[in-house]
Design a protein around this ligand. Structure first.
Ligand SMILES: *Cc1c(COP(=O)(O)O)cnc(C)c1O
Length: 384
């Protein structure tokens, strides 16, 4: 296998060599003084990314571990929750909530559109007895390439006491997130998407309101217990052996993000979104997401009629080491996805567009070679 790939998944994502070198540092004692310095710095920088002063927990887990923690710590068996979904990860929240014994009200919006906050407002207004304990949603739905207006969803609660619990796994770093300002009670993310780091760590912020729910929660929760984690947090430690090497990596990646500037780093993602969409459009393909809520992290593209995602993804991987993602859930057979989240050179996008054109040509689908590439180049020329 070639060591160099054009690696364009919506997670895991490319890891800068500087971050990989940091991950290769010798092991340290996770109960010793050197660990405290790493843990404290990572926590402080993550809080700046999340725009929060809430508690922030670091779990050694993938993002789904964080999702589980965001249910099991706050929701008791038998309690009602509202899961607002617009794609495959919304279904995952539904499944996790059900496994944890919650009574799930599943509200699904058409895949390719965001959550309509008015529907959430209506659902909560109908809940006269205030039985709904939490609203769950994604910040960015990775299966469709659509993001949500979290502030609108938060405000839609009005004076209903339901917590707002957000899966921001694929958005943190790619989209601004104002955890405290928007009143997001719990936010979950992970190391391997917009945070330029290998997989292995999940992050979760918890505010005062969420803590009140946690105090009353008796759900089965051991590894992911925030009550236990809070005791260790006082000493800048975790209850169990953390992914030390990934923490080294995450510290380096966060330093890089702040050297560039968080706003600039996020803005890069919005520019990549423009490049991808211009290119896809110019070659005559269509994407799922409308302009307004199109994700800066990932673009889901419809496969032309008569073909499967693997007709495009597989030959690009085999022939050119271009790694794109297939579809997910009910889009599995009809879309492929170009990830543009995290660490990336914009030229990777030009290469991916060139690759997609070649794959279409190979399939006999009408395409003007260079059309997508040229559209992206026009945008690049403006700033060059
Ligand atoms: C990637 C992702 C997750 C977590 O996936 P893991 O494979 O468990 O890390 C959760 N939610 C969203 C929206 C994601 O994109």
């Amino acid at each position: 296998m070639a060591e160099t790939q054009y690696f364009m998944l919506p997670g895991p994502t490319q890891v800068p060599p500087r971050v990989l070198r940091a991950a290769s540092m010798p092991m340290i004692n996770h109960r010793g003084p050197e660990f405290k310095a790493v843990f404290t710095e990572v926590t402080a920088l993550l809080k700046k990314v999340f725009n929060t002063e809430n508690d922030l927990f670091i779990f050694t887990a993938s993002g789904s571990g964080g999702m589980e923690a965001s249910v099991s710590n706050f929701i008791n068996p038998g309690e009602r929750v509202l899961v607002a979904s617009m794609g495959n990860f919304g279904s995952r929240y539904r499944d996790v909530c059900r496994k944890m014994g919650a009574e799930v009200d599943f509200v699904e919006f058409p895949w390719g559109t965001p959550v309509d906050a008015r529907v959430i407002a209506q659902k909560l207004a109908e809940d006269k007895n205030r039985e709904i304990k939490a609203v769950f949603c994604q910040h960015n739905e990775t299966s469709t390439g659509v993001y949500n207006d979290l502030q609108a969803i938060s405000l839609a609660r009005g004076d209903h006491p339901a917590l707002l619990i957000v899966d921001a796994v694929s958005s943190v770093g790619a989209l601004p997130i104002k955890t405290d300002e928007w009143g997001l009670d719990v936010v979950v993310s992970a190391s391997q998407k917009g945070l330029m780091c290998p997989p292995g760590l999940a992050y979760m912020t918890v505010n005062e309101r969420a803590w009140q729910a946690a105090e009353k929660c008796v759900n089965a929760c051991y590894y992911f217990s925030i009550k236990l984690a809070k005791e260790f947090l006082a000493n800048s430690q975790t209850p169990f052996t953390p992914g030390v090497s990934t923490l080294f990596a995450q510290r380096e990646a966060l330093r890089m993000i702040f050297e560039q500037g968080l706003d600039e780093y996020i803005a890069d993602h919005f520019f990549r979104r423009r490049l991808v969409r211009a290119g896809i459009e110019a070659m005559g393909l269509t994407y799922l997401a409308g302009e307004e809520w199109a994700s800066p992290a990932v673009t889901a593209v419809h496969v032309p009629q008569g073909f499967k995602p693997s007709d495009i993804v597989a030959p690009l991987r085999e022939k050119f080491n271009i790694v794109l993602a297939g579809g997910m859930g009910k889009l599995k057979e009809s879309t492929f996805r170009i990830g543009h989240v995290g660490y990336m050179n914009v030229m990777d996008i030009v290469v991916a567009l060139a690759g997609v054109e070649l794959a279409l040509r190979r399939l006999g689908h009408p395409v003007v070679l260079g059309s997508g590439v040229a559209a992206a180049q026009e945008l690049l020329a403006q700033g060059f």
